[in-house]
Every structure is written in C-alpha cells, then in structure tokens.
Design a protein around this ligand. Sequence first.
Ligand code: G1P
Length: 304
Amino acid sequence: MPNILKTKIKRVTKAVFPVAGMGTRFLPATKSIPKEIMTLVDRPLIQYAIDEARAAGIKEFIFVTARGKSALEDYFDHSPELESALRRSGKEDLLEILRDTNMDSGAIAYVRQNRALGLGHAVWCAKRLIGNEPFAVLLPDDVIAAEKPCLQQMIEAYEQTGGCMVAAMEVPPNKTSSYGVLDVADDMGSILQVRGMVEKPKVEDAPSNLAVIGRYILTPKVMMNLNRMKQGAGGEIQLTDAIAEECKTPGNVFGFRFRGQRYDCGSKAGFLQATVAFGLSRPDLREEFSAYLNDMVALQKAAQ
Ligand code: G1P
C-alpha cells in the first residue's frame, strides 16, 4: 500500500470543468449548441459531471469556457418564469427536477480560454481561482456510470495517498494512441503507483495499456508546471505532460482503477452506447425501450 501521509491531506472542494472545446465531431449540432448541453436521455452531459462532483463534496465549480458557450451559462441559472409556471400548474415533480439543477449563487465561476491551445492550457486558465489548493478536473465527455460516483471513489483513495491521482482503465492495446497512457511502477490493485505518463503515444511506444480517463485530482504544483509547459502531442499544451513532471518524484502520482462503466461521449458511437445504457437504466423507460431494442435486433437478424 502507498505511504499513509503523516501530514493532514487538504480536502478537495474545487473542480475544473474544461468545456471550451469546439465539439467538431458533433457538427452540425455543435454549430449552435455546446457539446456539453447535448442530452443523454433528458439531461445534458454537463449535468452528469456536476452531479458526480457534488456527490464527491465539491463546493466550487469552475468552468473554462469559450466563445459560443453561453447556453451552458444559462443552463445553470435559475429560471423563475418556468418555475412559477410549473408551480401554478401544480407540476411539483418537474419543479423538483429543475431545482436539482440549480446551483447556488457564487458556487460557479466562469473563466474564458481565449485560444484553443489544449487541455493543459484550459486547466491553467483556472489558476487564480484554484490558488494553492488541490483540485479535481472532470472532462464531461467521459461519462461514468457507477454505484459510487467515480470522483468520490477517487477522493477516498486520495485521502490515503495524497499527491496526484488520475482515473485509469485498461483499453485494447491498439487504442492507446487515443489516450494519456500510464507507465506503472507498482500495481497495487485499485491504486497504481505511476512513474511516467505519455499523451497519445504511438501504439508501439505505449508504456502499458492503462489509459487515463477524464477524472483527475491534482496538486497546485501541477498548475505551476503548466506555467512552463511547451506544446506537446498534437501541438497542444497537454495536462498529461504537467502531471508527468510530478512522476519524477516517486509516490507523487497514482492511477486509480475505478469501479464503473465509462462511456466516451466525445465520440458518436460512445454517445449512442451511453444513450442506450442510460435509457435502459431508467425505470420509466426501461420496459418500452428494451422491447423496442429487442424488435430492432430481431429485424436486423432477419434481414441478414
Ligand atoms: C484527454 C486527455 C487524455 C485522456 C483523455 C480521456 O484527451 O488529454 O490524456 O486520456 O482525455 O478521455 P482527449 O480525449 O481530449 O483528446
């Protein structure tokens, strides 16, 4: 097991949500709506990430946005007219759903990323709001269905290890070039001690098939590293490179094999898979939807 730190580990109460990406993979939809507002069943992608962060005890939510993302800011506002119309018509259930999406005044901050220089740069944009505290980063494209929310699992593990922690998952070796990939020094089961990280390596150069998934707990030191990061893979400033700097000191960076199912909602196929999975997990939809899917599969088979 990793060293249990003698010093008290600071609680993680701030989270950064990089949402400045243009979402070109979902054009033409993303011409006018931010990708993070696209819905899985009836909730925007961003809501899943927010709920996960809240469940893990996050109190301050920092969005790194860009031009064209105002729908995202509006989404988190209270909607007094809609709420009073629902109240007048006695739709308490819908009111409750709306209330769950409201964020407290002052709990959200928006920072603008003026140029698309990469994930590392996006996180760096939140530097002043983070200050000298550990913080979480959640990439809303990665939706994780889990009994205990992924970030909560990580925070519990981080309370034992300190340092930086990244969510990790085995991927097929031929897919490693799509991810940050871990070089593992010590595999302790759910916690892995990491001695290096490479962003989108060529398949033949990947140090393992353990991919980084979009949940991170980072020390303020990573922000300092980002200050001097140069362009990395794909010509972008990479968060992976700033975390990799920390790997030089053993026991500073850990991977965490989370329990849950991850959906890559940054890809069309992943988004469709998540839609089916979340649709089937909904008690109000399950019966009708699974009957439909069974019919579809039978029809496809018959046509072959
Ligand atoms: C980002 C990170 C990468 C990580 C991935 C997880 O890549 O740079 O290290 O493995 O998210 O989804 P992106 O998918 O934004 O290219």
